[in-house]
Write a protein that binds this ligand. Structure first.
Ligand SMILES: Cc1cc2nc3c(=O)[nH]c(=O)nc-3n(C[C@H](O)[C@H](O)[C@H](O)COP(=O)(O)OP(=O)(O)OC[C@H]3O[C@@H](n4cnc5c(N)ncnc54)[C@H](O)[C@@H]3O)c2cc1C
Length: 494
């Protein structure tokens, strides 16, 4: 028997509603459905709304009784807003969100880079808008509730998926026990730890990285604009990185990398959080400003994707299909694009207007996108977790075949500190050198990391390169970057 928690999640700026579970005993006998969407995160709900937009009914199953814990995704791109506008929630996000388009990168206290994302009066949406994921989910849920083609079932957890000839039988567990649900199509939007993906024994390709980041949301009144702040190698966290983002409702996200060897348990101790947040506030000139903790968590970066999203009558989407590091804010933003593509492809097939092979088109399109993002966000990850000095030199040398500076250690390991590629110890940064090619390399598309030289300082150029390469608004480095202007704090991405 599935017993989701009925205790409202704690949060200082959002009141969680606990919904009633859907129970089979209180409903008529179940006919076979056209589409069942497993999961009510951003991917699942936007897929259901897109299907409805194309006239296809669906049932959305959610294991929990409330929206997700903590702010999670907070930065949504212009493209996401266009998709969200199509499903009717963009206005609510615009009302409560904080739009922004500037980012600042600091190296040892000195600003080395300012990003400016293009925006003009004709743009309907800002390049990025910040809204906490609970609000986003609430808006999507309200849109689903208002749509007669979508049936929402809280507290319904899928335990088993049995593929038959042309349909699927799901075993769905509820607070009164399991029931069987048949569907022509199942959309697996059950998140990064997808039980369906595990049950179907599907392997993802790509890399996982060692090393941890703490994410802490605090309520604090800081007289700062909504701009992304990145600090590299600051005094209080030498060799590591800190990110800060302003969120609605007086919340700031402080996101910092942990020193090597520190465990998540150690990092999440209240004393540790307090000391580090105070150190960060002191560094930016706001020592002593009172603050209150809302939510903290630890994460590590992964760049993984399924090589095919369609498996029989089960289609994977969102985090269930790919896992992307949160630098570059790709997870939910990519999930919306998956949902937009899946909506019309699956609708045409479900309505009998196209053959099943149309879904191969969807899979090829979105796996291609995921692979590209995996490559780019792998690069972001290596920029975001500042590599050891010798790695920076090594990577540059491997990329450009320039002679290492006298201070550079020999190019031996190539792995940034704290990084581990699960399939290969050599990361894609060095994919241009044959020395790093080994059997079992992840099948991601590779390109040269960058194309500029000479360098004045490995560290400085590495940091200066960061913002271009981690921004979802910018094409891959170096197409639009002018590194020569970066160390002087000029806008380098045009
Ligand atoms: C700290 C943090 C910060 C982030 N910041 C950003 C950001 O700024 N921008 C961005 O784009 N992304 C960001 N992300 C990523 C983003 O949160 C995820 O990519 C996004 O939530 C994925 O959506 P999803 O719908 O695929 O999965 P999820 O949101 O994980 O939803 C999965 C759903 O499936 C349900 N479920 C699971 N198993 C079952 C089952 N067996 N039966 C029924 N239901 C089930 C769950 O209850 C849940 O409703 C961040 C993530 C984290 C952790």
């Amino acid at each position: 028997m599935h017993t989701p928690t009925t205790q409202a999640r704690p949060c200082i700026y959002y009141t969680y509603e606990v919904f009633k579970p859907w129970l089979a005993s209180a409903n008529p006998k179940q006919d076979r459905k056209k589409v069942v969407v497993v999961g009510s995160g951003p991917a699942g709900m936007v897929t259901a709304l897109e299907l409805a937009r194309h006239g296809v009914a669906s049932v959305v199953l959610s294991a929990e009784l409330q929206f997700s814990q903590g702010s999670r995704a907070i930065c949504f791109t212009r493209r996401s807003m266009e998709i969200l506008q199509q499903v009717g929630v963009a206005d609510r996000i615009t009302e409560g969100g904080l739009p922004w388009r500037f980012g600042n990168s600091y190296y040892r206290g000195q600003r080395v880079f300012r990003m400016e994302a293009p925006h003009d009066a004709d743009d309907r949406f800002f390049p990025i808008i910040n809204v906490q994921q609970q609000f986003m989910e609430e808006y999507l849920h309200d849109a689903c509730q208002a749509n007669p083609l979508i049936e929402f079932r809280w507290g319904n957890k899928v335990n088993q998926v049995d593929q038959k000839d042309g349909y699927v039988v799901l075993e769905v567990d509820t607070p009164e026990g399991p029931y069987a649900l048949e569907s022509d199509w199942v959309v697996a939007a059950d998140g990064g730890r997808s039980g369906i993906r595990t049950a179907m024994n599907l392997q993802m390709e790509g890399a996982s990285y060692e090393g941890f980041f703490v994410i802490a949301d605090i309520r604090i009144d800081l007289p700062l604009p909504t701009e992304r702040l990145a600090y590299f190698d600051p005094d209080w966290n030498p060799g590591n990185t800190i990110l800060m983002h302003r969120e609605p409702h007086g919340i700031w996200r402080v996101d910092y990398q942990l020193p090597e060897g520190e465990t998540p348990e150690q990092a999440l101790r209240p004393e540790s959080l307090k000391t580090r947040i105070n150190a960060q506030l002191a560094m930016i000139g706001h020592a002593g400003t009172p603050w209150e903790m809302d939510w903290s968590s630890v994460y590590s970066a992964r760049t993984l994707t399924l090589p095919d999203f369609v498996h029989g009558s089960v289609i994977f989407t969102g985090d269930a299909a790919h896992l992307l590091p949160i630098f570059g804010v790709r997870g939910a933003n990519t999930a919306f694009q998956d949902a937009q593509s899946l909506g019309w492809h699956l609708a045409l097939v479900a309505k009998g207007l196209a053959g099943k092979t149309l879904l191969s088109n969807h899979s090829a399109e979105r796996v291609g996108a995921a692979r590209e993002i995996v490559t780019e966000s792998g690069k972001s990850t290596r920029f975001m977790t500042p590599p050891a000095k010798d790695f920076a030199c090594c990577a540059m040398r491997c990329s450009h075949s320039h002679s290492p500076r006298p201070s550079c250690a020999p190019c031996t390991t190539g792995a940034p500190r704290g990084h581990m590629n699960t399939r290969t110890p050599c990361s894609t940064t060095r994919a241009t050198t044959t020395a790093c090619s080994r059997p079992g390399l992840p099948t991601v598309r590779r390109r040269k990391t960058c194309a500029w030289a000479p360098m004045t300082s490995c560290w400085t150029t590495w940091v200066a390169a960061l913002t271009c390469c981690t921004s979802p608004m910018h094409p891959p480095f170096p197409r639009r970057c002018k590194p020569s202007s970066m160390p002087h704090g000029k806008t380098a991405c045009l």
